[in-house]
Design a protein around this ligand. Structure first.
Ligand code: CO
Length: 135
């Protein structure tokens, strides 16, 4: 089951400049900054009540974020929904005809298991499913 919007991901060219910008905008500083080597991104997370914003900067030209910036420029990159059982949701969405960008849940930023859906099936919106890793 999808339970809520967990965060909105925004692609940025310069994460330190954008951290300063979003700190002013939201009036909070990032609670976490993390590099995800498997995705070639550096991320930072802001939180206001239950609302989270993730900033993403590419760490290599091979990064999906570098490709996104090249094509579309800075802006909203994905919407992440919290799920209670990521494997069950992946199975369900696959049956519904959505294209999963990874066949097994993978470790994402902010202590989550994640799976992305191809935007061609979702009106151009990259959708992330995420489930908190409890260990
Ligand atoms: Co995300």
């Amino acid at each position: 089951m999808l339970t809520n919007v967990e965060h909105i991901g925004i692609a940025v060219r310069d994460i330190s400049a954008s951290n300063a910008l979003f700190s002013k905008l939201l009036n909070v500083t990032p609670y976490k900054s993390e590099t995800v080597d498997s995705e070639n991104v550096t991320t930072s997370f802001f939180k206001i009540n239950q609302t989270k914003i993730e900033l993403l900067e590419a760490t290599s030209p091979e990064s999906p974020i570098a490709k996104f910036l090249e094509k579309k420029g800075e802006g909203i990159h994905h919407i992440a929904f919290e799920v209670d059982d990521i494997k069950a949701e992946m199975e369900r969405l696959k049956k519904e005809g959505f294209t999963l960008l990874n066949e097994a849940p993978k470790r994402g930023a902010d202590n989550k298991l994640v799976c992305f859906l191809h935007p061609k099936d979702t009106n151009g919106v990259l959708v992330e499913l995420c489930q908190e890793i409890k260990e």
